[in-house]
Design a protein around this ligand. Sequence first.
Ligand code: NAD
Ligand code: MG
Length: 330
Amino acid sequence: MAVMHYDKDADLRVLKGKKIAIIGFGSQGHAHALNMYESGLDVIVGLKKDSKSKKIAEEAGLSVYEPAEASKKADIIMMLVPDQVQKDVYYSQIRENLEEGNILMFAHGFNIHFHQIIPEPNVDVLMVAPKGPGHLVRRTYEEGNGVPALLAIYQDFSGKGKEMGLAYAKGIGATRAGVLETTFKEETETDLFGEQCVLCGGTSELVRAGFETLVEAGYQPEVAYFECLHELKLIVDLIYESGISGMRYSISDTAEYGDLIVGKKVIGENSRAAMKEALKRIQDGGFARDWILENQAGRPVFNAVRKREAKHQIEQVGKKLRSMMSWIKK
Ligand code: NAD
Ligand code: MG
């Protein structure tokens, strides 16, 4: 059974007197640091000397140090630099500054689960992984709400890993929405699966395939854009609020009949087989190896495909149409 935790299950007082270093001030880093700070905790930020974020963090009232210095000062070190640089940052600046009983934290399990970082046995190794992008971790906190998170304990040297992890989750607002207990293995594998097959990979290709099918059949690209991309948000908002059946309640019966009958033909056996294959490559480490080697090679494939896809017709059409919708943030 799933174990969920809420505000009443977490006590911020266990973090009193502890210094928390947030390493990195990007999407997750700025949200964790600012939320923690406003929760009344003792938080500092670790950034490269030339980082552009330094000024922003300092103006918000946070003290900024280089990652080595920040981890030396801190009792709790949260790794929020990109996954592909964590190994290097850890071994060059953090490991030697970890003291017995410190807590090393992650927001995604990649480097621990795939053994890129192998921590010393005398520290706690925890994960608090918000299930949402950093800007929402920040915005929902400011609104008095939160983004749900996963909590996992890889190493519990102190024996207090769970209460410390829960308190951290409360500090960023996650216990307002719910914190679910998991393992580094489960979080890493399901996170990679979700972003590859459903949230990012699956959705981008579904949108593009629909757009291309309409445009190739001679329909106006603008119509195809509104239909296959713009409206997706409206449908996803309904699903987010009330599930798939709730969304179906709001659409017309004609739309619902098409949904019930045709959806299964589009995402059919082929797609399910592809999802199983993707999951297998995540589980056996094949995807991790490719991504690690791709980074070591200077990202030739990543850069080529990203550049090609940024030129896709749907991006040009979308840019023009969105520029007329003043309420959409740039
Ligand atoms: P990001 O790319 O937005 O930010 C990275 C930060 O690290 C920046 O401040 C950057 O200046 C700094 N940085 C980069 N290289 C550095 C180096 N060599 N030394 C020191 N600092 C360096 O990263 P992110 O998307 O916030 O991801 C951080 C972690 O959070 C990852 O483990 C990721 O998997 C996890 N996560 C991210 C999201 C998300 O919404 N983006 C969601 C859940 C979990
Ligand atoms: Mg993710």
